[in-house]
Design a protein around this ligand. Structure first.
Ligand SMILES: Cc1cc2nc3c(=O)[nH]c(=O)nc-3n(C[C@H](O)[C@H](O)[C@H](O)COP(=O)(O)OP(=O)(O)OC[C@H]3O[C@@H](n4cnc5c(N)ncnc54)[C@H](O)[C@@H]3O)c2cc1C
Length: 473
C-alpha cells in the first residue's frame, strides 16, 4: 500500500503514473491519497459563470519540450483532447507580450527580425547582446543568480527589462536571487565550459545531441506540427484535476479529503505512518509527498531535524490575485497576452494577464492582476485586506490601461506561500535532500513544485520520473 500526500496536481499525477505502472508491470500496488482540504487540484481553481471564467491560480500551459509534450500525452489519455483551447504563433496572445516601463507599455520583439531592430525601452537592437557576450570574459562559478548571469553576458538592460519581468511572470520572484539554473542551465554551462554563450552554442552545434525522447500521442504531435504557443482547457483549467481525480477514483484509489497529516513517522525502510490531526494514523509501505517542502519540513522534523532544515531552506512567496470582469460589448484592451512590470519600476503589481484574449468563451473583458510575490510583505504588510488589494489593482488598471469602466464582477485571492523560489544553490540542496533520503533508506519520494520545476509541466514530469525511479529500484 502506497500513500500519496497532497491532492494538488503533483499528488494526482503521482497517482496517475502509479496506476499506469500497475498496468504496465502487471502489479497491484494499492494506493490512497490524503488531502487536507475538501478539494483536489491545489492552486488550480476556476470560477465559472455564463459570461466569464476567473482562473485563481494557473491559467495556461506551454506545449513545448519533453515536459510539455508529456502533459499533452496525459491529457489525451484522460480523454481531454477535445477540451483543449490552443493559441497558434500568429495569435495576438502569442505575438504580443508587453512590459510596462516609465509609464509606457512596450511590446517585446516576437520574431527574429525584431532582434535586429531597436525596440524601446532597449537602447540598442537585441543582437548587440550577443556581441556583449563574445567580449565578456568567463567567470568560473558553481551557481549564480539569473540576473547576474544575464547582466554579465548580455548587459544590464536585458537583465532589467527582459529577464527580471520574466522571472516575475514565472515565479513571482526576484531575478537577483533566483538560480541561473532555473531557466538557463544550458547557457550557464556554455559559459562555464566554453567561456561564453555564443561560443557554447557554436561548439554544441557540432556535438551529438543526447536528448531524452518520448513517444508522442496524436495530441502532442498535433501541437508540434501546428506550433502551439500556449493552451488552456475550455470551461476552466480545474477540469484537469477534476478528471484526474475521477480517474484515480475509478481505479480504486482511496481519496481521503479533509484529512490533514500532522506528522510523518518512518518505522523502517518499508513502513511509514501518517498521523492525522485527530490522532489516528494511516500506514503505508511508501509515501509520495507532494505537499510544499516547508510543510513537509514540519511533518518530519521530530525524527529527521537535519532533513527538515534542508527542506525549510526553500523560500516561498505570497501572491495577490485580482480577477476583474467588465461586461462590455467591445474589448477594453488591445489584443495581447498581457504585460509584466520589471521590479526596477517599483510597482505594487507584478503584471496583468489579458484573460479575455487567451481564454475562450468570455463575454466581455477579463483581466487578472498579479500583486506582491517576492515583494508582498514589503509592499502590503502581513495583514493587508482583499479590499485593499482590489483598490490597488483597479487603480493601476485605470492608470496603465486607461480603463474607466466600472468593474462588473471581481474575485480577490491572497495565495499564501504559493510559489517556491529556486534561489542560488537550490539544485544542490535538492540533491542533498534526496541523498539523505537514500542514505537513510527512508520510504519517501518527493514530488510537487518544490523540487524539480515550478510549472504544471514540471510537476507532472517530476511525478512520472519519481515513480519510474522507484519502480526500477
Ligand atoms: C498564482 C499562480 C499562477 C500560476 N500560473 C501557472 C501557469 O499559468 N502555468 C503553469 O504551468 N504553472 C503555473 N503555476 C504553477 C502551478 O500552479 C503549480 O506548479 C502546481 O499547481 C503545483 O502543484 P503541487 O501539487 O505541487 O502543489 P499544490 O497545488 O500546492 O498542492 C499541494 C496539496 O497538498 C495539500 N496539503 C498541504 N498540506 C497538507 C497536509 N498536511 N496534509 C494533507 N494535504 C496537504 C494542499 O491542500 C494541496 O492541495 C501557478 C501557480 C500559482 C500559485
Amino acid at each position: 500500500m502506497a500513500a500519496i500526500l497532497g491532492g494538488g496536481l503533483g499528488g494526482l499525477s503521482t497517482g496517475y503514473y502509479l496506476l499506469k505502472n500497475n498496468i504496465t508491470n502487471n502489479s497491484n500496488l494499492k494506493l490512497f491519497l490524503v488531502e487536507a482540504t475538501d478539494y483536489c487540484g491545489g492552486w488550480i481553481k476556476s470560477i465559472k459563470t455564463r459570461d466569464y471564467i476567473f482562473e485563481q491560480g494557473p491559467r495556461t500551459i506551454r506545449p513545448r519540450g519533453i515536459t510539455g509534450l508529456n502533459t499533452l500525452n496525459m491529457l489525451q489519455d484522460l480523454g481531454l483532447s477535445e477540451h483543449i483551447s490552443f493559441i497558434k504563433p500568429d495569435h495576438p496572445a502569442a505575438r504580443n507580450r508587453m512590459i510596462y516601463v516609465n509609464n509606457t507599455l512596450y511590446s517585446l520583439p516576437s520574431s527574429l527580425k525584431g532582434v535586429f531592430q531597436k525596440n524601446e525601452p532597449f537602447s540598442k537592437p537585441l543582437i548587440y547582446a550577443a556581441l556583449n557576450d563574445l567580449k565578456q570574459p568567463q567567470k568560473e562559478l558553481k551557481d549564480d543568480s539569473i540576473y547576474n548571469f544575464v547582466e554579465r553576458r548580455f548587459g544590464k538592460e536585458i537583465a532589467d527589462y527582459a529577464i527580471s519581468p520574466m522571472i516575475c511572470g514565472i515565479c513571482a520572484g526576484d531575478a537577483k536571487e533566483i538560480s541561473v539554473k532555473f531557466l538557463m542551465k544550458t547557457l550557464f554551462e556554455y559559459e562555464q565550459s566554453y567561456g561564453g554563450v555564443v561560443k557554447g552554442v557554436m561548439k554544441s552545434m557540432f556535438k551529438p545531441k543526447n536528448e531524452e525522447t518520448l513517444e508522442l500521442g496524436e495530441l502532442a504531435k498535433r501541437a508540434q506540427e501546428e506550433k502551439w504557443n500556449i493552451y488552456t482547457i475550455k470551461g476552466g483549467l480545474d477540469t484537469f484535476p477534476f478528471v484526474m481525480k475521477q480517474y484515480l477514483k475509478d481505479n480504486n484509489v482511496d481519496i481521503h479529503l479533509n484529512t490533514k497529516v500532522e506528522e510523518i513517522e518512518f518505522i523502517d525502510s518499508s513502513m511509514v505512518q501518517l498521523k492525522k490531526s485527530n490522532g489516528e494514523t494511516m500506514s503505508a509501505s511508501h509515501v509520495y509527498s507532494s505537499v510544499p517542502s516547508h510543510i513537509l519540513a514540519k511533518l518530519i522534523s521530530k525524527q529527521h531535524p537535519q532533513l527538515s532544515q534542508l527542506l525549510s531552506e526553500t523560500p516561498f512567496v505570497t501572491v495577490g490575485i485580482v480577477n476583474l470582469y467588465f461586461a462590455t460589448e467591445k474589448p477594453l484592451i488591445e489584443p495581447a497576452f498581457g504585460f509584466l512590470v520589471p521590479p526596477i519600476e517599483n510597482s505594487p503589481i507584478l503584471g496583468v494577464v489579458f484573460d479575455s484574449c487567451c481564454i475562450p468563451d468570455q463575454n466581455g473583458t477579463v483581466l487578472t492582476v498579479m500583486l506582491g510575490g517576492r515583494w508582498f510583505n514589503e509592499k502590503f504588510g502581513s495583514d493587508v485586506t482583499k479590499d485593499r488589494l482590489l483598490e490597488i489593482a483597479v487603480k493601476e488598471i485605470k492608470s496603465i490601461l486607461k480603463i474607466e469602466d466600472k468593474v462588473t464582477a471581481y474575485n480577490v485571492g491572497i495565495l499564501d506561500k504559493c510559489i517556491p523560489q529556486y534561489i542560488i544553490g537550490h539544485y544542490d540542496r535538492v540533491d542533498r535532500i534526496r541523498d539523505y533520503i537514500q542514505n537513510k533508506n527512508l520510504p519517501i519520494s518527493l514530488v510537487g513544485s518544490s523540487y524539480d520545476g515550478v510549472g504544471i509541466n514540471d510537476v507532472i514530469y517530476s511525478a512520472k520520473t519519481q515513480v519510474e525511479k522507484d519502480v526500477t529500484k
